[in-house]
Structures are given as structure tokens and as C-alpha cells.
Design a binder for this molecule. Sequence first.
Ligand code: BTN
Length: 244
Amino acid sequence: MIHEFARLDSTQTKAKELIESKSAAIGDVVWAHEQLAGRGRGNHQWHAQAGSSLTCTFIAPSISHGQPPLSLVVGALLAQAFSQLDTNTESIKIKWPNDLYYQGKKLGGILIENTQNYSLIGIGINIKYTESLEHLEATALDKVYTSPLINISSILEEVTQALSPILTNFDNLSTIWKPCHTYIESNQLYLNQLVMLNSGNEQIQGVIKGINEQGALLVATKNTEQEKGLRTIIQASMIRPVTG
Ligand code: BTN
């Protein structure tokens, strides 16, 4: 069931309220045409101009330990679906662990929030290119497709279809994870590039070498190169390329 609202602070917050009041259940999606206080990962905000982006939250079962990272599974499913809509497009890249990029600019973000009883999959996709995106160094789906017929509700349908394997097979994400892992291996932003990243209290400089079987980021740093190994990063709050 789709819970559709003209305006909300955050679809994540609304989804929690609806679940708590038993007005929404697993499998439902909360969609706002305008979102006033969208949340991103960490302390980030998600800015969206009214009518220019898809902002929605899918309600999924709670994720158990040992499952592959949901943000990467969702990101890879969406990137593949969007890349297939128009065969002329360059592929959509995954910026580990939760962003979609196109031609080096942010196209969308995923926010996973877990509770004991359910997981919220928050999705924000820029659909129409507006001037405010230019200032944010971001892009939109209407820059990806040559077709002028892009509208937010049809993209919500695409997203729902792309995510249906997750919602119907949530206990066994590992089968869905394999092709997602393969997609990310060849479409990871900053692959083989020198980046600076924040991990815990540390700032690490190194070259991104991919992801491991569990979805952790693999980075070659000066130290690990001497040891002929790679450093595994499980959490990072910021990754940016080191230029020059
Ligand atoms: C990020 O870029 O860090 C993730 C952004 C996630 C934004 C979406 S928009 C719909 C849902 N509701 C929110 O408040 N946030 C997510």
C-alpha cells in the first residue's frame, strides 16, 4: 500500500508514526510530494525542491546480523534499474555505502534505519534538474534519460519494481546480494582513486580497491601496501577524492 502525502517533514518519521499507530505495515511505502526536513546519513540533511524529487520510505522486515548491507543492495538494484531504462546512458555508480552518482554528481541517496521490528529504507532521488542542484554539485534523472517523459510517480513504480526482490525475499538477501556485489565491483565511484575518508575518529588516505564479500570497503593505504594487504573499512562518514 502507498501512503501518499502532499507535504511531510520526513517520510522516515511518518513511516515510524504510521507503524506505531498500526496504520502501516511491512511492505508499505510512504511517499511525500514535498519533504521539508529530509534526513540523510549522519547529520546530513536531504534538500529537495517541491515536485523535483522522489522522497519515499519503504517499510521492510528488520534486518538480522550477518545479512549483506541493505544500503548497498538497494543502491545496486536501483542503479541497475535506472541504467536499464535507457540503454544509451552511462552506468550509474555507487558511492559506498549509500549514494547513487551519475557523471561524478550525486543523483540520489539511501538512508537505512533499523529497529527491532522493522527496517526503514529511505530513498531520495533527484528527478528534475533545478538550479539548487547545481550549487550542491548534484544531478537529476532528467539528465540521465533522453526521454522527456519522466515523472515522479512513474519513477516510484520503477523503484517499487526494482526493490520487489528484497521485500519478497528479505530473509535471504544473500542470493540477491551476489549480482549486486558484481554490479558494484564494476561500477564503484572512486575505484582505484586516492581518497580521504573519515572512519571513527581517524582520517585515512588511501586508494579504493573495491568491496569485500560482506560489502565492507577495501582500501590500500601506505601501511597496508607494505604488508601487501588491504584495509577493511566497515563504517565511514565521509569519502572524498584527493585531487592534484
Ligand atoms: C543521504 O544522502 O545521506 C541519504 C538521503 C536519504 C533521503 C531520503 S528522502 C526520503 C527519506 N526520508 C528522509 O527523511 N530521508 C530519506
